[in-house]
Design a protein. Sequence first.
Length: 206
Amino acid sequence: MDYPGNLFVVAAPSGAGKSSLVKALMELDSHIQPSVSHTTRAPRGQEKHGREYFFVSAPEFDAMVKANAFVEWAHVHGHRYGTSKKAIEERIAQGGDVVLEIDYQGALQIKKVFTNAISIFILPPSWEELRSRLERRGEDSPEVIELRLKNAAIELAQAHLFDFVIINELFERAIFDLKAIVHAQRLKYAAQRRARADTFKALNIP
Ligand code: 5GP
């Protein structure tokens, strides 16, 4: 599918810093908006329905799957998560940019449907650092941390299928890298031609 807007898909094992990076990107760039996913997990802390996620029941999720409302959905850490068509299509069809922060299975599905989507994998600098970030976060029990590390090994084995890789060693450097990917995408011939149609016309180039 071809749309004027850009679709960025960011995946990473938990603890690699994906959410903080995507949040910082959106604060710096108002043209890029998140897609709000649906999930069957319960809200945590200050999370609000319609902001972080649309929190739905298992039957509601089933009904959406049946109605073909999702571009992709996956089981992640014991819950179901899905990206609705509605969450992205309208915006990119109007030329807006959308960023998806989803797991690697979903990211690879998105690439099949939206062949122009740009996939980005965030790597931690080392296993030791990933483990210590998960421990410092203080959200998970030691058993859950072990499970997340085991899952991370599976996830990292898929990194070669992504278009770009960012190593999140130094946050400032990683956000610079993410901005560079977004910026380069907007400088592609087709994107510039759309954004600066008048200039192209005045220069008499196709
Ligand atoms: P959390 O419950 O911690 O917010 O997210 C757990 C995992 O689910 C994260 O890796 C997150 O990126 C992923 N996730 C969130 N939304 C979606 C979605 O719509 N589709 C898929 N495949 N994964 C998602």
